[in-house]
Design a protein around this ligand. Sequence first.
Ligand code: FES
Length: 153
Amino acid sequence: MTQFVVEDLERTLAPFRGDASAILRALHEVQSELGFVPDSALDVIAKTCNVSRAEVYGVFTFYSDFRATPPAACVVKVCVAEACQANGSREVVADLKAQGYDVHTRKAVDGIQVEQAFCLGNCALGPAAFVNGQPIGRATAESLLAAAREVSK
Ligand code: FES
């Protein structure tokens, strides 16, 4: 990370200085600012919050929503929590995987990256999903990819 970005992050994280309970908020702040949490940001957070890098890394890896690399142009999140599973989200995930979009590797294909999520607050319309933050209910692999391709144009 360049010196400029580190200094920016130090400024952004200043409200958390010396606060060991602020690791999660600091990680959110970095991801909100940069779109992901670069490895070197873990050191900045550790120094700012006065905790070890291992503590920051532990929180970072516990929550699957944090990403270590920049996101694709379009991020599709498919809910795989219980209510959506009961409505077929596993089939949606399997159909997406059959087309090359794996929620586990999160590898971007043609600018589209598919991830799993655990309850998006739209359980009544499961399988629920987000396409770049836009909610989609009664999702199918086809409806999600169509929406994603529209966003990626
Ligand atoms: S269980 Fe899928 S949105 Fe709540």
